[in-house]
Ligand binder design. Structure first.
Ligand SMILES: NC(=O)c1ccc[n+]([C@@H]2O[C@H](COP(=O)([O-])OP(=O)(O)OC[C@H]3O[C@@H](n4cnc5c(N)ncnc54)[C@H](O)[C@@H]3O)[C@@H](O)[C@H]2O)c1
Length: 298
């Protein structure tokens, strides 16, 4: 029987801080396929996440088909805006959410992984994080700083992760990120669509460069809307979910698990021929033109 078998593989999922987002669903699917999973969590959300886990608040979501709870082998603090600790401004390093967690940069994460598990500790890296401080502003009203912050947190962070974790990844390794249609989506502003366009383009270039250099694969999943914590902060997410349900070829709402299982397949040897690709997991919405006649336009 053909099955997704990730036994003996270690994954790092960057961008998990609760059970509501794509990162959590991907972590769970990878674990269900047999991988051990580490998480990278943004320092401002780290304590909240550790509390949710310790107090059993997300046990129901952690429950896997065999009854066991999803375990994170390690949870590392990670602020993907900083490549090295010295680049973090003093007010960040001294901030109460950051000052006691150690090196939260991408280089710090790489160093900790090697300390904890040896020179080539990883098989799978998932980038499931994004941030755009001005996301609610139309592009025309977005400041240069806001635009660059969105691209830094949401796109360059993948470049830096591949650069620093690529050498730590074993042969057959796989990198995956999450994107959202790099097209016009009113309400998804602040340079976020620009950041996703960069992320999708970089997926192709990184697939070539890291493929040749390390034999890695790099892909991105373009997911449909999900009421995660990040998406709910943008606002209007419920309307987006409804709009997709009304206008996509498949009208059942997308579940995070459907993104998780696609991620597990892509990371597995079954996906060994796929790299440099944007894979749509959105119930087919991306293939639509104008939804004329349905009466469901936003
Ligand atoms: N929810 C959607 O509708 C949707 C649709 C398509 C793509 N996506 C993408 O999926 C990915 C995961 O988002 P989600 O919607 O599941 O929400 P989420 O809230 O579960 O995940 C976003 C994570 O990014 C983390 N983060 C923010 N800034 C960070 C930084 N500087 N360093 C490290 N971590 C940081 C947050 O703490 C959070 O854990 C994002 O790339 C998002 O753009 C989401």
């Amino acid at each position: 029987m053909l099955s997704i078998d990730l036994k003996g593989k270690r994954a790092l999922v960057a961008g998990v801080a609760d059970d509501a987002g794509y990162g959590f669903a991907i972590a769970k699917a990878l674990a269900e396929a047999g991988a051990t999973v580490c998480a990278g969590t943004w320092p401002p959300a780290l304590n909240i996440f550790l509390n949710l886990l310790e107090r059993g608040k997300i046990d129901e979501s952690r429950r896997m088909p065999d009854g066991a709870l999803l375990q994170f082998e390690k949870i590392y603090p990670l602020d993907a805006v900083f490549d090295t600790l010295v680049e973090a401004p003093e007010e960040i390093r001294d901030n109460k959410r950051y000052k006691d967690v150690g090196d939260f940069s991408i280089a710090g994460l790489a160093q900790r992984l090697v300390q904890d598990f040896g020179d080539r500790p990883l098989d799978i890296v998932v980038h499931s994080l994004a941030n755009g401080p001005e996301v609610k502003k139309p592009l025309l009203d977005t400041s240069r700083a806001g635009y660059l912050a969105a691209v830094s947190a949401s796109a360059y962070s993948l470049v830096s992760l591949v650069a620093r974790l690529g050498p730590l990844t074993r042969p057959g390794g796989s990198f995956l990120s999450l994107t959202y249609m790099a097209r016009v989506v009113p309400g998804y502003g602040g340079g976020m669509s620009s950041a996703k366009a960069a992320l999708e383009s970089d997926t192709r270039t990184l697939a070539f460069e890291a493929g040749r250099k390390y034999g890695l694969r790099v892909n991105t999943i373009s997911a449909g809307p999900l009421a995660s914590r990040a998406a709910s902060a943008i606002g209007k997410i419920e309307r987006m979910v409804e709009y997709y349900a009304a206008n996509a070829p498949l009208t059942e709402p997308l579940t995070a698990r459907e993104v998780g299982t696609t991620a597990a397949f892509l990371a597995s040897p079954l996906g060994s021929g796929i790299t440099g690709t944007t894979i749509y997991v959105d119930k087919g919405y991306h293939s639509m033109g104008a939804a004329v006649g349905t009466g469901n336009l936003l």
